[in-house]
Design a protein around this ligand. Structure first.
Ligand code: PEP
Ligand code: CO
Length: 453
């Protein structure tokens, strides 16, 4: 294969990326980004790779979650804090079920660019370019707003830096103390209708009490009060990714400095395409979205291109088929991976295959379909003897009404009341935590099957 360089993707077909009309401004922005510091360090990306390698062997479990698309308008310190809080709560509940460390990766500090099924959108007989995420254009439906503006890359960079700065402070500054995290969860389980979650909550409390009695507390034990938190996003806007790609001075390898883990979307995974060409050359752990149209042969090709050395932790396969469809699709891909002897981490994204239109006209997803897809994922992996190594969600800390269902049920009629997403429907904080509890039960069953083998 041709020697990689970080600009060679430009010779490949340009899909799902904007056509910037002002090339002078684009070059100016790229040159500016090139001078800016990377957001992350190579050592962090390597550490995450080691953890993901462990998850592929069943020795850890990945929780990846966050907004479908981060937004400039909804950016605030409180939202970063609350998103971090929900992810920590989910991780703690999942740790209880998985009995292995949970790796926490946010769709955050860079998750701005969106692939779209339709290049244009029609409203009141007017046709305009689709909204492609705040890093590219603006959601407002008018020609000026929808024009791609290179300056938005600088704003997205600034927001990402500020977000990651706060996340780093929260990770080590006392906010992540397990006692605090569990106190929030206990509060949730005390709410009306949440009785079903009290048993797991009180078992976690017993464990914390037991450890405290044995002298393991936030004061004595680093792991009790700090967390490792990683960032991830879809590597879609390659001008932005290329400008933040730098040589790691320790290994001389290339690092995508925009986030710890990058993934390739289901619409941009053409083995001959620009996105695959760019991402193959960076050292970061990478995700590959696997939807119903991915053939076993293409998966084999992609694994050969993206991870020729079969390095552990490099490849995370994020499956997103839609509930009821896993038995048709997943076993074929698992067998392809087995035939290649490829080392991969299997993760379930139960969001993107389960998008529907509600009776009231909103794009939505039902809680039950999301949960069913996760259950099918566990079931197929049990049958195939492979490891279900993680979950991937679109979620928010806010009390939105975007996905239906949950124990505090949201109906089709409720969707209009707090539908705030700029792209896909997200689980709200309560639905996210509820899902974590139900998956923890699933994981408990899975572990008990393992121990009886
Ligand atoms: C996403 O994760 O937001 C996304 C667009 O996913 P996919 O590429 O799987 O459709
Ligand atoms: Co999405």
């Amino acid at each position: 294969m041709r020697v990689w360089n970080k600009s060679a993707w430009r010779e490949k077909p340009r899909v799902q990326m904007p056509d910037y009309s002002d090339s002078e401004l684009l070059e100016k922005v790229e040159a500016q980004l090139l001078r800016y510091p990377p957001l992350i360090f190579a050592g962090e990306a390597r550490n995450l790779k080691v953890h993901l390698g462990a998850a592929a062997r069943g020795e850890a479990f990945l929780l990846q979650g966050g907004d479908c698309a981060e937004s400039f308008e909804q950016f605030s310190a409180d939202r970063i804090r609350d998103m971090f809080k929900v992810i920590l709560q989910m991780a703690m509940v999942l740790t209880y079920g998985a009995k292995v460390p949970v790796i926490k990766v946010g769709r955050i500090a860079g998750q701005f660019a969106k692939p779209r099924s339709d290049p244009t959108e029609v409203q009141d007989k007017q046709e305009l370019p689709s909204f492609r995420g705040d890093i590219i254009n603006d959601l407002t439906f008018c020609p000026e707003s929808r024009r791609p503006d290179p300056n938005r890359m600088l704003w997205a960079y600034t927001q990402s830096v500020a977000t990651l700065n706060l996340l780093r402070a929260f990770s080590t500054g006392g906010f992540a103390d397990m006692n605090r995290v569990h106190a929030w969860t206990l509060e949730f389980a005390k709410g009306e209708g949440a009785e079903q979650f009290q048993e797991i909550s009180s078992r976690i409390q017993d464990t914390i009490d037991f450890m405290a009695a044995a002298g393991i507390t936030a004061d004595t034990t680093h792991e009790f009060s700090t967390v490792e938190f990683y960032t991830s996003h879809e590597a879609l806007l390659l001008e932005y990714e290329e400008a933040l790609t730098r040589v790691d001075s320790i290994t001389n390898q290339w690092l995508a400095g925009s986030g710890h883990m990058l993934w390739i979307g289901d619409r941009t995974r053409d083995p001959e395409g620009a996105h695959v060409d760019f991402i193959r050359g960076v050292l970061n752990p990478i995700g590959l979205k696997c939807g119903p149209t991915l053939t076993p042969d293409d998966l084999k090709r992609l694994l050969a291109i993206l991870n020729p050395q079969n390095e552990a932790g490099r490849m995370t396969l994020i499956t997103r088929f839609g509930t009821g469809r896993l038995a048709d699709h997943l076993p074929k891909l698992i067998r392809a991976v087995k035939e290649e002897g490829a080392d991969v981490l299997w993760v379930c994204d139960p969001m993107h295959g389960n998008t529907t239109k509600s009776s009231t006209g909103y794009k939505t997803r039902s809680f039950n379909s999301i949960l069913s897809e996760v259950r099918e994922f566990f079931c197929v992996h049990e049958v195939e003897g492979t490891v279900p190594g993680g979950v991937h969600f679109e979620m928010t800390c806010d009390d939105v009404t975007e996905c239906t269902g949950g124990f505090r049920p949201i109906t089709d009629d409720d969707l209009s009341s707090r539908y705030h997403t700029v792209c896909d429907p997200r689980l709200n904080a309560s639905q996210s935590l509820e899902l974590a509890f139900l998956i923890a039960e699933e994981l408990t069953n899975y572990r008990s099957v393992l121990t009886h083998l």
